[in-house]
Design a protein around this ligand. Structure first.
Ligand code: SAH
Length: 204
């Protein structure tokens, strides 16, 4: 998976490659899909949600330009896979999920795998996690019409946010850098994510 889907397509950050080699993706997919866990696609995880395509996880993680001291906020825990990839690289991951059953399942898997630097919250991630803000990096793994201001407010000066932004059915990955309180964005690859549903996202 890492050679053909990630390195051959241009992901270069060795920290990302090592993390993707280490995290057992098959543990994060439903049991009946275990044999497809390393396929080149998103897979259903229940509740109408998905675990992102491995390549998309790698690209988003690379765009974040992570280092070991970072505290990262993730919106959309889903399976917990992206959180585990982040947790291999940085100090602390704070991940918010609106669907309790998904958050609880992800929490159990990462505990079984021994991660002690991932913190879970059930709630509307479009509001961020104000008690733990500000964050060095923010990653949004569900699609919104724009990056919610609440999240930009919770990003440190000089921080980076990565998020899929666009219509409900197709988006582009945006990388934003916050300088002097203002976010400057640049477009990366096209993508398709499930909708970010919440106060600052799409209505259900
Ligand atoms: N990062 C995940 C992929 C998650 S799919 C993984 O690695 O598996 C997107 C997730 O975002 C879904 O689980 C969905 O329920 C969640 N989501 C959608 N809107 C949200 C919101 N406002 N707050 C928190 N989570 C949200």
């Amino acid at each position: 998976m890492v050679d053909t889907q990630i390195i051959l397509r241009g992901v270069k950050d060795q920290k990302v490659i090592n993390a993707m080699l280490k995290v057992p993706r098959h543990r994060f997919v439903p049991e009946e899909l275990t044999d497809r866990a390393y396929d080149d696609m998103a897979l259903p995880i229940g509740e109408g949600q998905t675990i992102s395509q491995p390549y998309m996880v790698a690209v988003m993680t690379e765009l974040l330009e992570l280092d070991i001291n970072h505290r990262v906020l993730e919106i959309g825990t889903g399976s917990g896979y992206q959180a585990a990839v982040l947790a291999e690289i940085v100090k602390e991951v704070y991940t918010v999920e609106r669907i309790a059953s998904l958050s609880e399942r992800a929490r159990q898997i990462v505990r079984e795998l021994g991660y002690d630097n991932i913190f879970f919250r059930i709630g509307d991630g479009t509001l961020g996690w104000p008690e733990e803000a500000p964050f060095d990096r923010i990653i949004v793994t569900a699609a919104a019409p724009e990056i919610p201001d609440t999240l930009i407010d919770q990003l440190k000066e000089g921080g980076i946010v990565v998020a899929p932004v666009g219509s409900r059915y197709s988006q582009v990955l945006l990388k934003g850098i916050k300088k002097k309180g203002i976010l400057t964005t640049q477009e990366s690859v096209p993508c398709v994510f499930v909708p970010l549903v919440g106060e600052r996202g799409w209505r259900e």
